[in-house]
Design a protein around this ligand. Sequence first.
Ligand code: ZN
Length: 272
Amino acid sequence: MPFTTHNVNGLVYDTADGLYAVGGTHHAFTTRLGGVSPAPFDSLNFFERNGDTAENVLENYRLLGEAAGLPMSRAVGNRQVHGDLVRRVRAEDAGKLLWDERPHDADALLTDVPNLPLVAYSADCCTILLHDPTCRCVGAVHAGWKGTALGVALKAVVAMMSVYGADPTTIRAALGPSIGACCFETDRDVPDAIRAELSESADAYIAARGSGKYRVDLRQINRLWLLRGGLDPRHIEVHPDCTMCHPERYWSHRRLGARRGGQIAVIALEEP
Ligand SMILES: [Zn+2]
């Protein structure tokens, strides 16, 4: 199991062992366990637009920061748009976390500023954390099926290379819990969009189910994009859990509908 579960006073989050071992960052993939939000957002919820209060959500960020050693009062979120835009986050963006103050409409955030946690939100979608320990930069990526088809993971890697001089052979990547191929049943539009970009290399991760339905493995397709970017397969970790199979541990849009909480993947560079 390349991931480790942490339980700090009931707040439960996972870390990727390889990302942790290389050092230089703090990171976390959250669950729904250990926050202060009441039902139906119980209890570790990071979405304030579905009906939970900003006070509860900010307290959940604070508790996560305490538990995981992340300076969450400085964390930065984005307004995710299911696209492939990658944005550079700067020191002046620190603390922009709630929807109306998030500085970027984007699905991938990058920075080389220490102590500036980058947040990717999800409730079934893939999240991808990136770290190049050589040039010291990090990224947080949200990839639903549209972003997965568009290759937002590869675009984040390419931007790390062009903006910060990252070397793909030294980049570490970890993909968080998301809806798995066991549960992600789609119409033909999803495999068509993915094959339009990746052609037959994606076929191993798309299964026809009859009656025009398909099962798609979004995490493995994002892994494929990272390999195309030149990452070493030994440096890519993929969380095994399906969010829809485990509603007791994760938020799942497909399982719970729109009135529910959401989890985050977050990463911050340490001071050198
Ligand atoms: Zn499942």
